[in-house]
Design a binder for this molecule. Structure first.
Ligand SMILES: *[C@@H]1O[C@H](CO)[C@@H](O)[C@H](O)[C@H]1NC(C)=O
Ligand SMILES: *[C@@H]1O[C@H](CO)[C@@H](O)[C@H](O)[C@H]1NC(C)=O
Ligand SMILES: *[C@@H]1O[C@H](CO)[C@@H](O)[C@H](O)[C@H]1NC(C)=O
Length: 369
């Protein structure tokens, strides 16, 4: 942009200069004097342009380009131990877990992961969030009424993220499946009213994009190829018994804050919301599971795993990681960062025990308290 302007200025300057020389020649000024005048003027203008452009350019860069954080760390919220996993690991004292597919999908898009524990004080969440660059709320199986669980932790994080963003500190959130449902329920009121409907959404469905989805923050950079695949194939993985329908948003006056960019249809033909974003905050939710096709291998589930399909699913974490790069929070020192990352934990091969998830991270009570 700036360069283009310079060439325009240069062209105008040369034209004016030629006209001036012609004028001076016409009124009879000596050739040697004309050369001298033109030379001095050029030196003067060039110096002025140099001084002007260096400072002007810098402020322009500051306001136009956000400095990206190339070492982003994303927190993934853990949740209450799943009863099906508890059956497989009945001897262990696991209190909470994170399915490793969420971790891998974030890592595949170029970020590191930190586990966020449940059952902690608001201070724990606030301090942690002041050091990381965004939070992913995974899907799962928990109720929102259990105290000190996923929903209570999720509520703290949601409110703190709002405070950060209100103060001009860009802090993104992404909710997948249950995480997306929790966003809508938290937005419906502090007492988290049950603002979902029952549905039967177990399968792979296409996305039905809204007319203006291309102008949403979530989808404005998606390739035509990926968008076509999501729209035409049974591509998005659904595994939920609750759905958010348009009426849920309307009933709680949420449409002024939340924008819907796609719907899907459950096994009984009920149309529900598949993707959503907050209009002011960098908060995004999808009802489907972009992390499953590349990283979950339970044979009961058939996913579209063509190269193009994997690529299309990958779009969502690529997008989110890019959002998180706009946040510059960091740990006090390297030791604190090293001690906090998920590399300190070993995932269990839960798939070998016949579990629904292929790999999981488990956390014991002392880690959670
Ligand atoms: C939470 O809600 C579920 C579903 O309504 C219910 O079955 C369960 O008993 C509730 N748990 C608590 C702790 O209130
Ligand atoms: C998607 O699944 C539905 C229901 O099973 C089926 O009728 C439809 O043909 C599938 N579409 C594609 C493109 O495979
Ligand atoms: C939604 O807005 C209408 C009109 O302002 C109001 O009467 C109603 O109580 C609101 N509903 C909720 C759930 O806040």
């Amino acid at each position: 942009m700036v360069k283009l302007k310079y060439t325009e200025y240069t062209r105008v300057y040369i034209i004016i200069e030629v006209l001036t020389i012609a004028l001076m020649w016409c009124v009879g000024i000596e050739f040697a004097s004309i050369i001298m005048i033109v030379y001095l003027k050029t030196v003067f203008v060039a110096s002025a342009v140099f001084l002007f452009s260096c400072c002007d350019g810098e402020t322009a860069i500051q306001s136009e380009h956000i400095k990206m954080n190339e070492r982003p760390i994303i927190g993934i919220l853990s949740q209450e131990q799943d009863y099906r996993l508890k059956d497989k690991y009945s001897q262990e004292n696991f209190m909470s877990y994170i399915s490793a597919s969420y971790v891998k999908s974030v890592e595949a898009s170029g970020a590191r992961v930190l586990p966020i524990f449940i059952g902690k004080s608001r201070n724990y969440y606030k301090e942690l969030m002041s050091k990381i660059n965004g939070v992913l709320y995974p899907g799962g199986n928990t109720w929102f009424n259990q105290s000190d669980g996923y929903a209570d932790a999720g509520q703290h994080i949601y409110e703190i993220a709002q405070e950060f963003n209100d103060a001009g500190d860009y802090f993104p959130l992404f909710g997948t499946c249950l995480g997306f449902e929790l966003f809508v329920i938290m937005a419906s009121g502090k007492d988290r009213p049950e603002n979902r409907v029952h549905c039967v959404a177990i399968g792979n469905y296409p996305l039905m994009f809204t007319e203006d989805y291309r102008s949403s923050k979530l989808f404005n950079q998606i390739s035509k190829k990926s968008a076509d695949l999501l729209e035409k194939e049974n591509s998005t993985v659904h595994h939920h018994q609750f759905c958010i329908v348009d009426e849920n948003l309307e009933r709680y006056n949420l449409t002024k804050d939340w924008r819907v960019s796609s719907h899907s249809m459950d096994n009984q033909g009920k149309k529900f919301i598949s993707s959503i974003e907050h209009r002011r905050y960098p908060f995004y939710g999808v009802q489907f599971h972009p992390e499953k096709p590349a990283f979950e291998w339970n044979k009961k589930n058939k996913y579209l795993r063509s190269r193009d399909a994997i690529d299309a699913q990958r779009y969502f974490m690529d997008f989110f990681v890019e959002e998180c790069k706009r946040n510059s929070h960091k740990f006090i020192d390297e030791k604190e960062e090293t001690d906090s990352l998920i590399y300190n934990y070993k995932p269990y091969y839960t798939g070998a025990q016949g579990a629904y998830f292929t790999q999981c991270y488990f956390f014991e009570p002392q880690m959670g308290h």
